[in-house]
Write a protein that binds this ligand. Structure first.
Ligand code: ARG
Length: 381
């Protein structure tokens, strides 16, 4: 029964993939035959590097919440399916960070670890992103990113110690199957960051805001042709509003609009002064300016929206329907002045795609009673 479903999904994917890659029909037929045999004999099959790369690109193309999909065909695959140990996995992740960062000229990259049919061999990266800031609960509130409080707690329990600033990069928390999870601090030299300054407002830098250059989502499951890749971190570059209108601005994130408004001398006693809106716009201008000045790839939301429309047009021309989730596609700043706001999208999920997976952190005590801390070391970095 399960085999039949896998067989079906595999067939559907191979046909679409080989068709898009303009393979001759004979090649598709023989590949399908090979897969049928493999599933019959071993209950599973393996993707070729080419299938994996194109499948991952299709998954990006099908990501309903992503406005940056025009560039789906440029996604670069780092095939890490041979990685077996936690150390090897960490080394691949460090290489991903370095290659994707590329000194600021960010390259869209995905690293794919081995497929996980059985839970006992499942590779999990417990971090939401490979680079993200810790959030500490202290006597006077949260220091750092409130979104990271739970993971930070777990890392501290496992023996990790951060500097205690608002911008401490969390270590990687890696786990294979039911083995004890292990921590791997990300080497400083791999983490490119951008201090936030403003093109006109002198001393904006005294607000001590910064953000990291590359968002590398690492907790989603990639599904291609019925196979599940539980560890397949991927990145593009930032759209400015993600940082300026959400990460630094949301009340349940860094909540910095009040300090930006005070720095600008705005009247916060009345909502109708629109201090929030004014602070938001200048903070977003600062983020875009700072990244550009440092030579780090970033896109503003107007350009990104136009690129998305081009993506839609291109897809339609090729006879493919573009699915999307409108509430995610519209930018959080000035949505109605982008064309995306005035269109509608069907939020239909098609595969290949990325899926969220159970986010419950492993309990280190339950996993390894006699191993208080598992801070790993890797040789290469
Ligand atoms: N919104 C997330 C963040 O601010 C990143 C999501 C992926 N974004 C991207 N541009 N690829 O960190």
């Amino acid at each position: 029964m399960k085999h039949e479903q896998l067989q079906e999904e595999a067939e559907r994917f191979i046909k679409a993939c080989y068709d898009e890659l303009s393979k001759p029909a004979s090649e598709t037929v023989s590949r399908l035959e090979q897969i049928r045999t493999s599933i019959a004999e071993r209950g599973t099959y393996e993707h070729t590097a080419e299938e994996l790369q194109h499948g991952a690109r299709m998954a990006w193309r099908n990501s309903n919440r992503c406005i940056g999909r025009l560039f789906w065909e440029t996604l670069y695959l780092m095939d890490a399916r041979s990685a077996e140990t936690e150390d090897e996995i960490a080394e691949h992740l460090f290489r991903h960070i370095e290659y994707a960062t590329n000194g600021g000229r960010i390259r869209p990259v995905i690293t794919i670890f081995r497929e996980s049919s059985g839970l006992d061999s499942r590779i999990r990266i417990w971090n939401h992103q490979l680079i993200r800031y810790a959030g500490y609960v202290t006597g006077d509130g949260i220091v750092g990113d409130p979104a990271s409080v739970e993971l930070t707690k777990r890392c501290l329990e496992m023996g990790w110690r951060g500097k205690g600033t608002a911008f401490d990069v969390l270590p990687l928390l890696l786990q294979i199957g039911n083995r004890p999870p292990q921590l791997f601090p990300v080497p400083d030299r791999l983490v490119l960051e951008v201090p936030i300054v403003h093109p006109e407002l002198a001393d904006f830098g005294t607000l001590n805001l910064k953000w990291y250059a590359v968002p590398i989502i690492s907790d989603m499951r990639l599904e291609i042709g019925g196979l599940h890749y539980s560890a397949a971190p991927f990145n593009g570059w930032y759209m400015g509003t993600e940082i300026g209108a959400r990460n630094l601005a949301d009340e349940n994130r860094y909540n910095r609009l009040p300090v930006v408004a005070d720095f600008m001398g705005l009247d916060r006693t009345r909502e109708s002064s629109l201090w929030r809106d004014k602070a938001l716009v200048e903070l977003n201008a600062a983020v875009l300016h700072s990244f550009k000045e440092r030579g780090v790839s970033i896109v503003d939301h107007h350009t990104a929206a136009q690129q998305f429309i081009r993506f839609e047009e291109r897809e339609n021309k090729l006879g493919r329907e573009v699915t999307g989730r409108w509430s995610w596609l519209i930018p959080p700043v000035s949505p109605a002045v982008t064309p995306v706001f005035h269109r509608s999208y069907q939020d239909k999920v098609i595969t290949p795609n990325f899926f969220s997976q159970d986010g419950k952190l492993p309990d280190p005590a339950a996993c390894c009673p006699n191993q208080p801390s598992g801070i790993g070391k890797t040789s290469v970095f």
